[in-house]
Design a protein around this ligand. Structure first.
Ligand SMILES: *Cc1c(COP(=O)(O)O)cnc(C)c1O
Length: 346
């Protein structure tokens, strides 16, 4: 891959990533602020994200699977890495030799961990109402739990991005549970949870989306800045005469003579057709409209007559605006970007 200069690149602002983490860390008050780097750092590149956040002072990192943990090895001294999805039988052989900790989600996982490495530290997730992963509150009294060496006790908020009464309900349940685990660090808040205020921060927060420039709640507006700037290269220019059509289905007909550029990105790169008219591109600072259908690897755009092949075109990637105006969430927009972008940090 190093031998190629891909015709599509994701310019990534390392200073913005660090400043987003610093804001989230400040909002976390006395709590430590970690970072969710699952799904390859929400599509930006987990290893590069981790290195930059560690430099800013972040110590606690989270992935979903052991394969994701393995991709971040060797772990730098002083860093902590947890695997949200716990341990299956199939993970155990790897997990016993890994410096990463599982987040145990069920009594089966608890017993499996105790059977293989009774003295190794782990994290546990308790379910306080989301009914996704996590031990039921009733399971907490099980004797097996007492035998664990628990580093972090977690739960996850279902509705933190909304002003829901469920937030306070989950927080209160979690506070009551955390009181029974005095030796463990308590961690509840994701990005949106941090925005809910101090009483959600406990000992440790776990933001993801907002690190990468996503706006989880209105409180983040003006404080969280974009990190990812996708750009694509013009592969070919065409001069159309009035009446000619463009692309699959011939859905666009040139109303007058015009110049069209074919750029190297498409729905396989996360620029989904469902973004529709809310997706725009920019060339030399001016917006240019998409003409015709988005293809798998190509998009046709209207360009000025003096545009040149090989020039770069920006994809307007305001996550909050795009999510507002399309069926895609900010999470889907980031994690959908795919592997073909050349990720270039500046
Ligand atoms: C993904 C995830 C996070 C981070 O959530 P964001 O909404 O991206 O801030 C935190 N905790 C758990 C358990 C997660 O799965």
């Amino acid at each position: 891959m190093d031998d190629f200069q891909p015709p599509l690149r994701l310019r990534l602002d390392g200073a913005a990533l660090q400043s987003n983490w610093r804001w989230l860390a400040r909002q976390s008050g006395a709590a430590a602020c970690g970072a969710a780097v699952k799904a390859d750092g929400y599509g930006l590149g987990a290893r590069d994200v981790m290195q930059r956040l560690a430099q800013a002072g972040c110590r606690d990192f989270y992935v979903s699977t052991w394969a994701e943990a393995d991709a971040l090895m060797p772990l730098a001294k002083g860093l902590s890495l947890s695997v949200f999805h716990g341990v299956r039988d199939d993970d155990m052989a790897y997990a016993v030799g890994s410096p990463a900790r599982p987040v145990l989600n069920s009594l089966d996982q608890v017993r499996r961990w105790l059977a293989h490495c009774p003295d190794r530290p782990c994290d546990i997730m308790v379910d306080t109402g989301m009914n996704r992963l996590g031990l039921a509150l009733d399971d907490i009294g099980d004797k097996a739990i007492d035998r664990l060496t628990i580093n972090t006790l977690m739960s996850h908020l279902a509705c933190a991005d909304e002003d829901s009464t469920m937030n306070a309900r989950q927080r209160d349940r979690f506070a009551a549970t955390a009181a029974q685990f005095a030796g463990a660090r308590a961690s509840l808040a994701n990005s949106a949870g941090i925005c809910l205020g101090d009483e959600y921060a406990f000992a440790l927060t776990r933001p993801g989306l907002a690190l990468y420039g996503g706006i989880p709640r209105r409180e983040a507006v003006g404080n969280i800045t974009p990190v990812a700037y996708p750009e694509t290269q013009i592969l070919q220019l065409r001069s159309l005469t009035a009446g000619e059509t463009v692309g699959y289905g011939a859905t666009f007909t040139a109303p007058t003579a015009m110049t069209v550029g074919i750029v190297n990105a498409g729905y396989a790169d996360g620029l989904y057709c469902s973004l529709g008219p809310s997706m725009t591109l920019s060339y030399r600072g001016d917006h240019c409209a998409i003409v015709g259908r988005v293809s798998m690897d190509l998009i046709a755009i209207e360009l000025p007559d003096d545009a040149r092949e090989g020039d770069w075109v920006g994809i307007d990637f305001d996550l909050a605006v795009l999510a507002q105006n399309s069926p895609m969430s900010q999470y889907e927009l980031l994690t959908g970007l795919g592997q073909r972008w050349d990720r270039v940090w500046f």
